[in-house]
Ligand binder design. Structure first.
Ligand code: NAP
Length: 253
């Protein structure tokens, strides 16, 4: 069975992607940095409810050594790595005048450096998977990397400039790697709008109402909406260097 690594899949969007990939027939490495119990519960429910295998692996993706160990643990567990979803991310609401250089770096380290670290470590394995799939033309789609960016990469965000900068950085990383790794490996991004997870749970009623007014489809996104996009990009054999905007139409306005 081919295998996938989904970073930051102990909860939220990453969890939905890991579960979706498992239902679609992939063994999955469930990565976390601090929520060990939640990650183990995700891996256990995948094993219970699907035919796929799952392992929970702790790694801080911002640390290159941790990222390399995470990739090795995935390959050791499953003997394959065909798809990577760089989903792990952190956010912080603070105005620039109160934002410390350390906090700026912390967000960049996780959100951009993390995707770079994991992709770099995964590259030899993705190439290996591409070579073995070429030998077996009827097998799964070509290997892929999908980076989870954000609508804020385009719009910016007054109280989270480091987050917006990190998500814009991911779009540059995506296009660069798409050109670099073609034709063997496809690299794409997803730019979600507002999705209901822990990351957005601190919005006041007033903030949520004003955000909702910007969404033509009249609802916030759910993790499964982003998992649907991740499954599409995993399987879309002629798509690379693209960003799939999943935001209920918010960018139209
Ligand atoms: P979430 O519920 O806060 O979950 C974040 C996940 O990332 C958790 O699994 C967390 O692990 C993991 N993580 C954080 N730092 C990490 C690190 N250094 N190394 C490894 N894993 C780490 O967030 P979410 O809303 O699902 O967001 C997932 C992704 O979508 C993020 O990249 C986010 O920026 C992006 N996004 C979200 C929204 C939204 O509206 N929710 C919109 C646009 C983009 P632990 O549980 O161990 O802490």
């Amino acid at each position: 069975m081919p295998a996938a690594l989904v970073t930051g899949s102990s909860r939220g969007i990453g969890r939905a992607i890991a579960e979706r990939f498992a239902r679609d027939g992939y063994d999955v490495a469930v990565n976390y940095v601090s929520s060990a119990q939640k990650a183990r519960a995700v891996a256990e429910s995948i094993q219970r409810e699907t035919d796929s295998e799952a392992v929970a692996v702790r790694a801080d993706v911002g640390d290159p050594d941790d990222a390399a160990d995470l990739v090795e643990a995935t390959v050791e567990a499953f003997g394959d790595l065909s798809h990577v979803v760089n989903n792990a991310g952190i956010d912080q609401h603070v105005h620039t005048e109160d934002l410390s250089p350390e906090d700026f770096d912390r967000v960049m380290d996780t959100n951009v450096n993390g995707a770079f670290n994991v992709t770099k470590a995964a590259l030899p394995h993705l190439k290996e998977s591409a070579a073995s799939e070429k030998a077996d033309a009827d097998s799964a789609p070509t290997p892929s990397v999908t980076n989870v960016s954000s609508i804020l990469a385009y719009t910016g965000a007054p109280i989270e400039c480091h987050y917006a900068a990190s998500k814009a950085g991911l779009l540059g990383l995506t296009k660069s790697h798409a050109g670099d790794f073609a034709p063997e490996i496809r690299v794409n991004a997803i730019a979600p709008g507002h999705v209901e997870t822990d990351m957005t749970a601190d919005r006041t009623e007033e903030e949520a109402k004003s955000e909702m007014e910007k969404i033509p489809l009249d609802r916030f996104g759910q993790p499964a909406d982003i998992a649907e996009a991740a499954a599409y990009l995993r399987d879309a054999g002629f798509v690379t260097g693209e960003t799939l905007n999943v935001n209920g139409g918010e960018l139209m306005r």
